[in-house]
Design a protein around this ligand. Structure first.
Ligand code: PBG
Length: 333
């Protein structure tokens, strides 16, 4: 005989599995591990340099020797790949961004040094002209206009030079039309059939790139904004068209960028195409978590891990993040 009228109580209690840690772990639908991370690293020419970046506390511009140390650390933490981005001062910039295809550039020298020391780590190269142009745009500029097809030729040269230097993943971030197909053909023509292309397929004209512009020396340099080539944050169907094009042109994987404000795009892209889908947790997202944590306004480590988990839950296969090493260490604890 039941004294309590059962019908008044829930038969199914979703709180039940939440009661203990072992059970919460068993019921977890999503996991993050160091294998999910590509570690974003900012380079600066010189030796023994670890230069702080004001808007990105905890991130440093690294000289090639220090980048090698970071690669060794990544390897020991189980992080599969590094994503490299170069700082260039105003003197090193030109209207045509020729440094982009200099085989002896900071990017190429660093890639060689890393591959000599840590041959089995993956290296991702950002392809775009913005670190090298005196106007800070990703493409060539004439009369205030960013030229599409003229830029493609340079991007192809840049990609080939990067592949030759040892980069494994060519990652066009410029948002010119047709660049994936042009780069694929260019790489194949040089015998680089096994070099991957990860397309920044859905890259939005975002305020969250602010700290990055400081990091690579584009902040005071950039003339205007990038809205004639990067996507309008209002658009979602258009992201699917961008992804479809890049996959058709031969991209091995696609990326959505920024991350946290665009999880709906990550989920739609993954669902629609089922292709390897990456997400970039950009500089501004890093800065927000760091700044709030430094003020004691939130628990920085938990916010970091929660944001990374959210990307996986939305469907991302991996995350390009400045947090990679910190997160890998936190996961070991
Ligand atoms: C540009 C590029 C940008 C980032 C990566 N590649 C910035 C931009 O488009 O202005 C942003 C990365 C970040 O904010 O962390 N080629």
């Amino acid at each position: 005989m039941n004294k309590r009228p059962l019908a008044r109580y829930p038969a199914l209690r979703l709180r039940r599995p939440r009661i203990s840690d072992w059970s919460r772990r068993l019921y977890a639908e999503t996991h993050i591990s160091p294998s999910d991370f590509l570690w974003a690293i900012i380079l600066k020419d010189g030796k023994d340099i670890r230069e702080p970046i004001d808007a990105m506390p905890g991130v440093f511009r690294l000289s090639p020797d220090q980048a090698v140390k970071a690669a060794q650390e990544a390897k020991s933490l189980g992080i599969p790949a590094l994503a490299l981005f170069p700082y260039t001062d105003a003197d090193g910039r030109t209207p045509g961004g020729e440094e982009a295809f200099n085989p002896d550039s900071l990017m190429c020298r660093t890639a060689k040094a890393i591959k000599d020391a840590v041959p089995d780590i993956g290296l991702m190269a950002d392809v775009a002209l913005d670190p090298y142009t005196d106007h800070g745009h990703d493409g060539l500029m004439r009369d205030g206009e960013i030229l599409n097809d003229e830029t493609l030729e340079i991007l192809v040269r840049q990609s080939i030079v990067q592949a030759r230097a040892g980069f494994d993943i060519i990652t066009p971030s410029d948002m010119m039309d047709g660049r994936v197909g042009a780069i694929r053909a260019g790489l194949d023509g040089e015998g680089f059939q096994n070099i991957q292309i990860m397309a920044y397929a859905a890259k939005y004209a975002s305020a969250f790139y602010g700290p990055y512009r400081e990091a690579i020396g584009s902040a005071g340099v950039l003339k205007g904004d990038k809205r004639t080539y990067q996507m309008n944050p209002a658009n979602s169907d258009e992201a699917l068209r961008e992804v479809a094009l890049d996959l058709a042109e031969g991209a091995d994987s696609v990326m959505v960028k920024p991350g946290l404000a665009y999880l709906d795009i990550v989920a739609r892209v993954k669902e629609e195409f089922g292709a390897p889908t990456f997400v970039f947790q950009v500089s501004g997202e890093y800065a927000m978590i760091k700044a709030a944590a430094q003020n004691g306004w939130l628990d920085g480590e938990r916010a970091m891990l929660e944001s990374l988990l959210a990307f996986k839950r939305a469907g991302a296969n991996g995350i390009i993040t400045y947090f990679a090493a910190d997160a890998a260490k936190a996961l070991q604890r």
